[in-house]
Design a protein around this ligand. Structure first.
Ligand SMILES: Cc1cc2nc3c(=O)[nH]c(=O)nc-3n(C[C@H](O)[C@H](O)[C@H](O)COP(=O)(O)OP(=O)(O)OC[C@H]3O[C@@H](n4cnc5c(N)ncnc54)[C@H](O)[C@@H]3O)c2cc1C
Length: 279
């Protein structure tokens, strides 16, 4: 088993965000007096990407073998781990194919994720085998980091619900999305700052903020719960049961999958070979 702790856990809360210096402007209230300064809209940061960092893990293919072999080898199973690599590969594939799922639970991966709130709303629907801790909008002032899709994001939905596809947007549509979102975010964040400046509690003022605001969390899972997540939140040519996730949560899923594949290559290969269905 491996144990890794990266420096990511010590980084700022929103890594990757380009932060312009915060400019403070005076806000004149209706009675003419100068109220507490309010952050100007120019200080907003716009991102099109997500942050996914593996901050801690104890996860390897050997963990699967160790758990599975207790059935037949009892406490001797630890000694069996590296004896016969081909047999080990075959055992992992058999467990995946026949959906013997519990041996894939004896491992742990903790990810730091920074993404728009609408991604987190989808993410936290995954209840089983997941633990979450998210930054608080009650205990700290939320930072002005907002999502604006870049030009690679397909913008136009065609077809009926449950059977549709996304196609490229025109340059005009991309410009409309970018301009409208930025304007909307600026208004929302100014409203938030204004309420804070008036002495309103953070937990009340945050009601003005939209789901395009970035949040951050730690999410801990095991290989089995991650496979279930990936089966639903990524599109893949090898998937026996296709899913149609929103692109932004898929971006998170792809990054998590890359980390997991590095930690547990045999398990990952067996997952793909068996149609990306969680055992
Ligand atoms: C493409 C897509 C579109 C979606 N659209 C919507 C939508 O429009 N509206 C919406 O509300 N949600 C939507 N969802 C969320 C979806 O309904 C699930 O909540 C989400 O995918 C989590 O899946 P899950 O429940 O299988 O995962 P988990 O909560 O992690 O559960 C894992 C498994 O445990 C079992 N399980 C967990 N809880 C129970 C339980 N209470 N009873 C019985 N078995 C249980 C099930 O076998 C389940 O598959 C969508 C998801 C996807 C992928």
């Amino acid at each position: 088993m491996s144990e890794e702790i990266s420096a990511a856990s010590r980084r700022p809360r929103v890594p990757g965000a380009r932060r312009a210096p915060r400019k403070v402007v005076a806000d004149h209230s209706s009675d003419g007096r100068t109220a507490t300064p309010v952050t100007s809209p120019e200080s907003l940061t716009f991102r099109s990407d997500v942050t996914v960092e593996l901050v801690k893990s104890s996860a390897s293919d050997a963990d699967v073998l160790f758990a599975a072999r207790v059935s037949t080898a009892g406490e001797q199973s630890l000694a069996e781990l590296s004896k016969d690599p081909e047999r080990s590969k075959g055992l992992i594939n058999y467990l995946m194919r026949d959906r013997h799922g519990s041996p894939f639970e004896h491992n742990s991966m903790t990810f730091f994720i920074s993404a728009p709130i609408f991604v987190f709303r989808e993410f936290m629907r995954h209840r089983v085998g997941w633990s979450y801790n998210e930054e608080s909008g009650r205990y700290r002032e939320l930072q002005p980091v907002f999502y604006v899709p870049d030009t690679s994001r397909k913008l136009v939905q065609q077809g009926r619900p449950g059977k549709y596809e996304f196609v490229e947007g025109t340059a005009a549509q991309h410009a409309a999305v970018s301009d409208t979102l930025r304007e909307s975010y600026e208004q929302a964040y100014t409203a938030y700052q204004k309420m804070l400046a008036e002495g309103v509690a953070r937990e009340v003022a945050r009601a003005a903020l939209p789901v395009g605001l970035y949040s951050s969390m730690y999410a801990t899972c095991n290989a089995r719960s991650l496979m279930h997540f990936l089966g639903l939140r990524t599109q893949h040519e090898l998937a026996k049961v296709p899913s149609f996730p929103q692109r932004e949560i898929e971006m998170v899923g792809e990054r998590m999958e890359a980390e997991w594949a590095r930690l547990m290559p045999l398990t990952h290969a067996a997952y793909n070979a068996n149609g990306r269905v969680a055992p």
